[in-house]
Design a protein around this ligand. Structure first.
Ligand code: SF4
Ligand code: SF4
Length: 272
């Protein structure tokens, strides 16, 4: 099991496309000279499920977590907002959760990017198969940073074994709706722009999950959208179901696609 992982902003991305059965050698443990080096000067995009689990671990609301631990960016290729982990303002630009001796203080709840390392994941384009949960279009590659000595160790993995060992396959399943929204939006001609209101909706449903729940239950949302009563009860308390409901709602709103609800006049996002 990998003890510590991260992703570097100055990574050398090897141009080798890998599939689930492709093999690579890697091992990370406290004994490596580079231990925790990968957790400084990094650029980690957080997924919706990362935020959900990290805010729970830190006993914060999603709004508090976003304000303390994240930076907001616009993913230009998709024209959608994304968030990255905010680094400390120290000399090494450290991750707020890294300790020299101990490594990652939130190891069990570390983000997907940290789990994937030394692999990166990409998708060639949006296909209708992705709606059905298939990710055949996905590919992987190794991210080899100069300081990382894990590649010199002798443990061999397939991509599929690594994903299972690091718990990323389960996370990818939860995040699939979010990934599909981004990949699908990238496939839309650049001239078709989302309104600021739609981008706020995306941010709310994907990242500020606690506020999204309030929005659903304390606004006119449930009057404007006819949602299955069983789903309403599920999303009242289940964070993962709420995330996935949000992805479906965004898909229906952005692409007029899906049958999760009967849309009426789209509600306005809550004011900050
Ligand atoms: S081996 Fe690589 S992933 Fe592990 S601590 Fe060193 S730099 Fe980080
Ligand atoms: S969250 Fe943990 S594994 Fe990821 S960069 Fe920070 S300390 Fe490293």
């Amino acid at each position: 099991m990998n003890e510590m992982s991260g992703n570097g902003s100055e990574s050398e991305v090897l141009p080798v496309q890998m599939g689930y059965e492709s093999k690579f050698k890697f091992k990370c443990h406290k004994g490596v000279e580079c231990f925790t080096k990968c957790c400084r000067g990094i650029d980690i995009m957080l997924t919706p499920y990362d935020i959900l689990t990290m805010r729970k671990r830190l006993d914060l609301t999603s709004e508090q977590f976003l304000s303390i631990y994240t930076d907001l960016h616009l993913l230009e290729s998709a024209d959608l907002p994304v968030v990255t982990l905010k680094l400390l303002d120290d000399e090494r630009k450290s991750c707020p959760f890294v300790q020299d001796e101990e490594g990652c203080l939130i190891y069990e709840d570390r983000p997907s990017t940290c789990r994937y390392y030394p692999l990166g994941m990409g998708s060639l384009s949006y296909t209708s198969d992705q709606e059905a949960g298939e990710d055949d279009d996905a590919f992987f590659f190794t991210v080899k940073e100069e300081h990382c000595l894990g590649f010199e160790e002798d443990e061999q993995w397939t991509v599929a074994q690594w994903r299972e060992d690091q718990g990323v396959d389960i996370r990818d399943e939860v995040n699939a709706g979010w990934t599909n929204l981004i990949v699908r939006k990238k496939s839309v001609p650049k001239t078709i722009k989302l309104s600021e209101q739609s981008k706020q909706m995306f941010f709310l449903a994907c990242y500020n999950i606690d506020k999204f729940r309030k929005f659903i239950f304390e606004s006119t949302f449930l009057k404007r959208y006819k949602v299955d009563p069983k789903v309403v009860e599920e999303i009242r308390t289940d964070d993962i179901k709420l995330l996935q409901f949000g992805f479906e709602w965004l898909k229906a709103t952005f692409f007029k696609d899906g049958e999760i609800m009967q849309p009426g006049q789209p509600p306005r996002p809550p004011q900050k």
